[in-house]
Design a protein around this ligand. Structure first.
Ligand code: ASP
Ligand code: MG
Length: 439
C-alpha cells in the first residue's frame, strides 16, 4: 500500500448515520491533508434489534411483514444492489421459519444484513454528495473470525493479507471504502457476528490490520462518562482513558464500548477516539497511560445472582476452585465474579444461568458434600481507574462492610451488594471517588 500517512478509520454508529450529509462533512474533514480514510458502518439505528427480534420469534409471520416495511423505510434511496439485500432478509427469515432447531449461524447471516444494507445505502448517499464511496462487505473482504457464532473473535493474522490487499486497492484509486462492521467470515466460511455493539470491535480490528494511526468511534450524542447518567445524574465526561481503564470499563458493563475493542488497538499502539458527531467538544481519547492523570469511573451490573458454596475442608481441598470453574465452563455458564475465602466460594452468575450452574455443580455437592445456599439477588458495583487501590481509604463506611463480596485489582474494585441497594451504593461511590474526591 503506498501512502503518505497511516490511514484513519472512522466508524459511524447506527444513530450517527441519520444525516448522511453530516457524515459526508465529517469524512471530508478527516480527508484533509490527504489522509487516507476508511469508513466502518453499523446498521441503521434499531435495525439489528428488529432482525434479532424476528430471529427470536421465527414463526410470527405478521411480525415479518412489518420487519421488511420498517427496514425498507430506514434506507430511503437504496440502490438496486442494496434492494437485493432486502430480498435476502425475506428469504433468511423464511429459512428461519422452516428451521426446527435454533441455528446460530443462520441467525448471524440474518443479523449481518443490517450492516450490508447500511453500507450500500450510505455509499449511495455519499456518492450523491461527491464522495467516491465503495461498499465493502467484511466477509467477502476476508475479515476472518473464529466459529463462535453470535460472539466471535477476529483472527487478525488470518485476515491481514486479504484485508490489506482489498482495502489497499480501493484506497490506491482514491476511493473511500465503506466497510460493514459487526461481522466477518468464520473459519468454516460462514457469516459470524462479533456480538451486539461489535462494529466498534470490527473498526479497531481493521485499524490494527491497516496499521492505522487512529480509529475514531463516532457516536451520536454518547459520551464516555464517569457513570451512566441515568443512574448518576452528576456523572462527568472523561477526556482521556488508558487502554486498560477503557477495557475494564467495557468489561464491567459500560455500554459505550464493545469489550473486545481495546485489545487490537493496544497491541498496535493505535489511538482510539470516542467522539460525538453533534458536539466536537465531546471526545474521549484512549491511549497509553500518562503519569499524573487520575480517572475514576463507576459501573453497575444487575440483575445478578450470588451462590455460596460451602466446601468441607474449604480451599484446602486440592483443586476445588479449578473443579468448580471447569464444571461451569463445560456447561457454558459464565462466571461474572468469583470470591473465595478458605471455607466459602461465592459465585456471581447471570440469573438465567443459575439453574444450569446448579446442575453443573451437582457432582461437587454430592462428592465433596458441599452445601450451596442462595441464589441471592445482587448488583455488582465496580470502580475503575489506574491505581484504584490507593483509594481504599475513600470508600464510604457501609459500602464494603455490608457487601456480599469484594474483589480488587490495581485497576478495578468491585463490591456485590444486595440488588435493592445497587443505585445507592453506586451513587455513594461516585460521590466519594469522583465528585468529592481530593484532587
Ligand atoms: N448493529 C450491531 C448492533 O446493533 C452492531 C453495532 O451496532 O455495533 O449490535
Ligand atoms: Mg447497531
Amino acid at each position: 500500500m503506498t501512502r503518505r500517512t497511516a490511514p484513519v478509520v472512522l466508524k459511524f454508529g447506527g444513530a450517527s448515520l441519520e444525516d448522511p450529509e453530516q457524515v459526508a462533512g465529517d469524512i471530508r474533514q478527516a480527508q484533509r491533508n490527504s489522509t487516507e480514510v476508511v469508513v466502518v458502518a453499523s446498521a441503521r439505528e434499531g435495525v439489528t434489534d428488529l432482525l434479532s427480534a424476528s430471529a427470536r420469534h421465527p414463526h410470527s409471520q405478521v411480525q415479518h411483514g412489518r420487519l421488511l416495511d420498517e427496514i425498507r423505510a430506514r434506507h430511503p434511496g437504496l440502490p438496486p444492489v442494496g434492494r437485493r439485500h432486502l430480498d435476502r432478509v425475506r428469504r433468511l427469515v423464511e429459512a428461519l421459519e422452516r428451521s426446527t432447531a435454533p441455528d446460530p449461524a443462520l441467525t448471524d447471516r440474518l443479523l449481518s444484513e443490517g450492516e450490508r444494507l447500511a453500507v450500500h445505502w450510505l455509499s449511495a448517499r455519499l456518492r450523491e454528495d461527491g464522495i467516491p464511496a465503495v461498499p465493502v462487505e467484511a466477509d467477502h473482504l476476508g475479515l476472518i473470525t473464529d466459529n463462535a457464532y453470535g460472539a466471535s473473535c477476529i483472527l487478525l493474522d488470518r485476515s491481514r493479507a486479504a484485508v490489506r490487499r482489498g482495502l489497499g486497492r480501493i484506497l490506491a484509486r482514491h476511493d473511500l471504502p465503506v466497510v460493514t462492521g459487526y461481522f466477518g467470515r468464520s473459519l468454516e466460511g460462514r457469516v459470524a457476528t462479533l456480538g451486539r455493539g461489535g462494529s466498534d470491535y470490527a473498526a479497531a480490528g481493521i485499524g490494527a490490520l491497516l496499521g492505522a494511526s487512529r480509529v475514531e468511534l463516532v457516536k451520536r450524542h454518547v459520551a464516555v462518562l464517569s457513570a451512566d447518567p441515568r443512574e448518576v445524574p452528576d456523572a462527568r465526561p472523561i477526556p482521556e482513558l488508558s487502554y486498560e481503564e477503557a477495557e475494564e470499563l467495557a468489561q464491567f458493563g459500560a455500554r459505550v464500548l464493545h469489550p473486545l475493542t481495546i485489545e487490537p488497538a493496544r497491541a498496535q499502539g493505535i489511538v482510539l477516539r470516542v467522539r460525538s458527531l453533534d458536539d466536537p467538544s465531546v471526545v474521549t481519547t484512549i491511549a497509553p497511560p500518562r503519569a499524573g492523570r487520575r480517572n475514576r469511573a463507576l459501573t453497575v451490573l444487575r440483575p445478578l445472582r450470588l451462590l455460596r458454596l460451602r466446601v468441607p475442608g474449604g480451599r484446602q481441598r486440592p483443586g476445588i476452585v479449578a473443579e468448580v470453574s471447569q464444571r461451569l465452563a463445560a456447561a457454558h455458564v459464565n462466571l461474572v465474579q468469583l470470591y473465595t475465602s478458605s471455607a466459602l466460594l461465592c459465585l456471581v452468575l447471570e440469573p438465567e444461568q443459575v439453574l444450569p450452574g446448579l446442575r453443573a455443580l451437582a457432582p461437587v455437592t454430592r462428592e465433596a458434600a458441599a452445601m450451596v445456599d442462595g441464589p441471592y439477588r445482587v448488583a455488582l458495583v465496580t470502580a475503575i481507574g489506574d491505581g484504584i487501590l490507593g483509594d481504599l481509604h475513600l470508600l464510604p463506611p457501609g459500602t464494603v462492610s455490608e457487601a456480599e463480596g469484594f474483589s480488587a485489582t490495581p485497576r478495578a474494585l468491585s463490591v456485590a451488594v444486595p440488588e435493592s441497594r445497587g443505585t445507592e451504593v453506586l451513587r455513594a461511590l461516585h460521590r466519594a471517588l469522583v465528585t468529592g474526591a481530593p484532587t
